[in-house]
Write a protein that binds this ligand. Structure first.
Ligand code: SF4
Ligand code: SF4
Length: 513
């Protein structure tokens, strides 16, 4: 019988097994609770409420770790560190979220030392949601590096030995969204991620597919299934696309709306739905669950007790029921006709379009040609460019004139913003400075909506890049290159000169490898 949560009184001190050991050295099904800090001091009413829940969870042996968010949804909230330090001192395992939206690489490195010094061991790396509000106006987004760059930075920071986690946003509708997310997941693992948490979603087939895709591609790390307890406000919020990457379909919203007409406003139903999702996660082979939502303390207990009450095979029926897919949704694998979940047979549509890809646009064709002739290191044009720029650099006036000509041409053709450290070849000749709200250079963020950017009304550049690369049979290799770090010192200088003379990120990478 599971132990119930204490509801009153001071929490007792105790030390939980390290989260790393739990996931890497045991087969215990991990249970992690997500806490969202409040806006304001921890001593104020809302701050105290969250802290009390966190402290109480620390005393529950069934909860293996508490995960604390970092300004979710792009809003300023109390720093996760404040509550994290308190919980660590009580023997709680804490996963601290670290996102790139509000911090540049130096601030992140500094924070990394701070977290390690304070005893944090588990860090969940994110690019972060685009800031939407701020004091006296909207905050300026930073995105100096992204989640992949952050993983690399944290893996290489002196003195820190974090157990690093990353997120995969797998509940996407279109092939051009789903596949780049899988490729980015692989890149995150290569960059140091040791555990994965997926995005919120309500489609068991996609859940199953994620594990099967990882198995097929040799990605052997523990994955926690995100179980977010719905209520009417959250369901409406998600349905309206207000949280990037999270989808509640019309069908699911209708279920939620119907349930909220019951006397308890659907509370029992939503908690049971979450319990069923936990059972599905366990049945599918996830290494644990990541429990989120606006939960009262006794809700955790109720969910976990309900999970305990299920029979071993009950999850199979639950998985059939909880399959809220989007219209025309893409799946990498064919459906298993017996279970309604994922088979291991790759989608015939996917294979067919790989074999007969659609034609691409003229601009892309031209860009490839120019790159091949002049910017591929082994090309004759590249050697000519190197020789030319060595001469040009001796004359500031000539350098300036050539830089102006380059920028004018690239601004007209590609909307270049003169960052000086060009990523066009890595993103199928689409400029991340002008066309990606978060300047993502190592793959898409998780925020695409039906192929469009989470900010504004443009198509996501990584979806466009996927289409372009697919037309040449290269989409599956789109994120196989080294991690890109844009060098801010090159802004306003000639990207061509920097390429030919070995100053940009590609040259830095090849010289260090
Ligand atoms: S140099 Fe920078 S701003 Fe210009 S096209 Fe390349 S990535 Fe974009
Ligand atoms: S363009 Fe794509 S990767 Fe960039 S911010 Fe928008 S959704 Fe994210």
């Amino acid at each position: 019988m599971a132990t119930s949560l204490p509801r009153h009184g001071l929490p007792t001190m105790g030390t939980k097994q390290s989260f790393r050991t739990l996931l890497e050295k045991t087969d215990v099904f991990a249970i992690v609770a997500e806490l969202v800090t409040s806006r304001g001091l921890i001593t104020e009413r809302n701050g105290r409420k969250v802290l009390e829940v966190g402290r109480a969870l620390s005393t529950d042996p069934r909860l293996h770790a508490v995960s604390i968010t970092d300004n979710p949804g792009g809003h300023a909230m109390l720093s996760a560190d404040t509550m994290g330090v308190d919980l660590i001192s009580r023997g709680q395992e804490v996963i601290i979220h670290l996102s790139c939206k509000d911090w540049n690489r130096n601030a992140l490195e500094s924070r990394c030392w701070k977290l390690a010094s304070e005893g944090f061991q588990n860090v969940l790396t994110l690019s972060g949601d685009y800031p939407v509000t701020g004091f006296q106006g909207q905050a300026a987004p930073v995105f100096d590096i992204d989640s992949v760059g952050l993983l690399e930075l944290l893996s290489q920071t002196n003195g820190a030995d974090f157990f690093l986690g990353a997120v995969v946003s797998n509940f996407k509708r279109l092939e051009r969204e789903v596949m780049p997310q899988y490729f980015k997941l692989a890149k995150k693992l290569r960059s140091g991620a040791r555990f994965i948490i997926n995005q919120i979603g309500y489609d068991s087939r996609k859940q199953d597919e994620l594990l099967k895709y990882m198995e097929l591609h040799g990605m052997r790390v523990p994955v926690l299934a995100n179980v977010y307890v719905l209520g009417l406000p959250a369901a409406r919020f998600f349905h309206a696309g207000r949280i990037p990457g999270v989808t509640v379909t019309d069908e699911l919203l209708a279920v939620v709306e119907k349930q909220t007409t019951s006397p308890d406003r659907g509370r029992a139903f939503f908690l049971e739905l979450a319990a069923k999702q936990c059972a599905i996660a366990k049945g599918l082979g996830f290494r644990g669950i990541y429990l989120g939502g606006h939960l009262r303390l006794d809700d955790y207990d109720r969910i976990l007790r309900t999970v305990d009450s299920f029979g071993d095979e009950d999850w199979i029926g639950f998985a059939r029921d909880i399959r809220f897919s989007q219209p025309g949704e893409f799946y990498y694998f064919e459906q298993d006709s017996n279970t309604g979940l994922s088979s291991m047979e790759i989608s015939s549509d996917y294979l067919r379009t790989n074999a007969n890809p659609p034609a691409t646009d003229l601009q892309y064709k031209a860009s490839r040609l120019v790159h091949k002739q002049f910017f591929e290191e082994k090309s004759r044009g590249f050697r000519v460019g190197q020789a030319l720029y060595q001469i040009v650099e001796r004359s500031p006036r000539l350098s300036h004139a050539l830089h102006r000509a380059e920028h004018t041409l690239k601004a007209l053709a590609l909307d270049c913003r003169d960052c000086g450290d060009c990523s066009l070849p890595e993103i199928a000749y689409l400029c991340p400075e002008s066309q990606c709200a978060k300047n993502q250079r190592n793959g898409p963020c998780g925020g695409t909506r039906q192929g469009f950017c989470e900010v504004g009304d443009k198509e996501c550049i990584w979806c466009r890049a996927y289409d372009r690369l697919k037309s040449y049979g290269e989409a599956e290799h789109m994120l196989e290159g080294p991690v890109v770090f844009r060098d801010g010192a090159l802004r306003g200088t000639s990207a061509w000169a920097n390429t030919f003379l070995g100053r940009d990120h590609r040259s830095r990478k090849s010289s260090s490898s």
